[in-house]
Design a protein around this ligand. Structure first.
Ligand code: GSH
Length: 218
């Protein structure tokens, strides 16, 4: 098999790549990486010295592809399936990328900041940074809620890379900064995402690891 995904089933950014792979039933070898294991971390660092996953390895084409959005674009170009994650129309493809950047930079990273703070030692917490992240996440929720007023997917009728990016934000975001009653369109969108078979599979495979998700006062 040509493709190997280096990932962890609980990792929010890995969910983006997994959703895209499952969406088109793209064959790949999963390589779950335990970053707590020195040898496994070293192997990931050899592929991508930044040391973050997901990383896609394409032995057939001799490519190492890091970064969730780049992986999805790579799959769309070299292993296209029934779901197209970008678009052949450059203007629409640009809008997909904008939505993807919006989800990653203005919602996913704040969510990651809130979760990451739970892992810090008690004397190294960053309450100011976390408060700022909560504010950014709430701004993103308001925007998502407005975008989703008409239902459907992030780009309207077709499922795209932007929806792969939305899943981890809304799922984990809802755990650390609940959507509540004031973001019902966003909550309905999350429910639609969870009902999609590719997404349901990602969540099902993450379930055995959910106990590792850091709790508020952890
Ligand atoms: N921009 C990267 C972000 C990847 C990322 O932050 N991955 C996290 C897991 S969700 C990670 O590898 N964390 C491990 C660490 O920081 O040591 C992407 O889109 O793939």
């Amino acid at each position: 098999m040509s493709l190997t995904l280096h990932f962890h089933p609980l990792s929010s950014f890995c969910w983006k790549a997994l959703t895209a792979l499952y969406e088109n039933d793209t064959p790949f070898t999963p390589n779950p990486v335990n970053l707590g294991d020195e040898a496994e971390r070293a192997a990931l660092l050899r592929l991508w010295p930044i040391g973050r996953f997901p990383v896609l390895e394409d032995k057939g084409r001799g490519e190492i592809v890091p970064e969730s959005s780049i992986i999805i674009e790579y799959l769309d170009s070299h292993y296209p399936g029934r779901t197209r994650f970008l678009s052949d129309d450059p203007a629409r493809a640009l809008q997909v990328r904008l939505r993807d950047r919006f989800y990653d930079l203005y919602a996913h990273l704040p969510m990651q900041k809130i979760v990451g703070d739970r892992l810090r030692p008690a004397d190294s917490k960053d309450p100011h940074g976390v408060a700022e992240a909560r504010g950014q996440l709430r701004t993103a929720y308001r925007m998502i809620d407005a975008q989703m007023e008409k239902g459907g997917w992030a780009m309207g009728d077709a499922f795209t890379m932007a929806d792969c990016a939305a899943l981890p934000v809304l799922f984990y975001g809802n755990k650390v900064e609940p959507l509540g009653n004031s973001h019902q369109n966003a909550a309905a969108y999350l429910a639609r995402l969870l009902a999609r078979p590719s997404v349901a599979r990602v969540i099902k495979e993450a379930e055995p690891y959910f106990h590792m998700f850091p709790q508020e006062n952890g």
